[in-house]
Write a protein that binds this ligand. Structure first.
Ligand SMILES: Cc1cc2nc3c(=O)[nH]c(=O)nc-3n(C[C@H](O)[C@H](O)[C@H](O)COP(=O)(O)OP(=O)(O)OC[C@H]3O[C@@H](n4cnc5c(N)ncnc54)[C@H](O)[C@@H]3O)c2cc1C
Length: 278
């Protein structure tokens, strides 16, 4: 646990009263990580085919035929790693989670004077709001801050406004004019807030449901899926496989998605009102 004074020193934000410091945590640049993995796969003889949408997966003998718009491959195993972007290629998989939108904004490179006061020792910070605020530095004097929202492209004015408000709340020294980039994407939230590994048929694996925290968890899931493909029994895996769950988010889920964030924000506002801490 760290007290207000230490929290202020490490975060540069006056808006928190108490926190926990996780010394084993860290942060990476996700695109660089992705590129490094791609390089490694290529160097080991693996082939990566981007922009190749799978349209169907059908059984053929005791293998699976994976079809694209202009070809197909036959394989013993098919691994679905589609998280918040899951479509209906594997029937029912996209009903096992709610796709929410995670948003992020980055400032332009700040002056050294301004930059050195925010997260001065390079920590990342995340708060306990239901509609979370989290932030970190990059290596070009920018501050990045994220939350949840509605549009995966961060195209709605209200989504941009949410991030601007978050900056104002956490780092009042950063003005709207300091913010240079807005972006976002889809993430998969599961009812128990845990990731799941499904094996609905022999040779089919689906690892997803990272609840907005898939950078490290997705890599761990990848290792577990590889162990399964190499023959490790399901019960011996760190994440044992299960069938697709019985619960199914209905097609009214787009309505639900529109209501989830305002509902959670209202609860956050109540917490702030009751505790008196913004
Ligand atoms: C703004 C933002 C901030 C985030 N911040 C963090 C963070 O700080 N820490 C953290 O751990 N996580 C964070 N996340 C979440 C993290 O990005 C995801 O959890 C992670 O990307 C999941 O990885 P994945 O490989 O399972 O799925 P994804 O990266 O979502 O990739 C799924 C892929 O499946 C492809 N696909 C879907 N259907 C098909 C099909 N039919 N055929 C072919 N391809 C298909 C999609 O095109 C997509 O490329 C953030 C996400 C966003 C959007």
């Amino acid at each position: 646990m760290i007290d207000t004074e230490e929290l202020l020193r490490l975060s540069g934000s006056n808006s928190y009263r108490i926190g926990t410091l996780t010394k084993s945590a860290g942060c990476i640049h996700p695109l660089s990580y992705c590129r490094s993995m791609a390089k490694k796969i290529s160097s080991m003889g693996g082939k990566i085919h981007g922009n190749t949408r799978v349209t169907s997966v059908v059984p053929e003998g005791n293998k699976w035929r994976v079809n694209f718009h202009d070809g197909s491959v036959l394989s013993d195993w098919v691994l679905f790693c589609t998280n918040g972007y899951t479509d209906n290629v594997l029937a029912g998989l996209n009903k096992t989670f709610i796709p929410l939108v995670s948003l992020q904004a980055a400032t332009k490179p700040l002056s050294n004077e301004q930059y050195k006061k925010i997260l001065p020792e390079g920590h990342t910070i995340a708060d306990t709001r239901r509609v979370i605020y989290y932030s970190r530095r990059d290596n070009r004097n920018r501050i990045l801050l994220g939350s949840l929202g509605r549009t995966p492209e961060c195209s709605l004015a209200s989504d941009k406004r949410r991030l601007i408000t978050a900056f104002k709340t956490v780092y009042p020294s950063i003005s709207e004019n300091d913010i240079e980039y807005f972006w976002g994407g889809r993430v998969a939230f599961t009812p128990d807030l845990l990731p799941h590994l499904h094996e609905p048929a022999p040779g089919i694996l689906a690892g997803l449901g990272f609840n907005g925290r898939g950078v490290a968890m997705g890599s761990t899931m990848g290792r577990v899926m590889a162990q399964r493909v190499l023959g490790k029994a399901s019960k011996d895996l760190d994440i044992p496989t299960t069938d697709l769950p019985r619960y199914r988010f209905s097609d009214a889920k787009s309505l639900a998605i529109g209501l989830v964030i305002p509902y959670l924000e209202t609860r956050d506002r109540w917490d702030i009102k009751i505790s008196g801490v913004a």
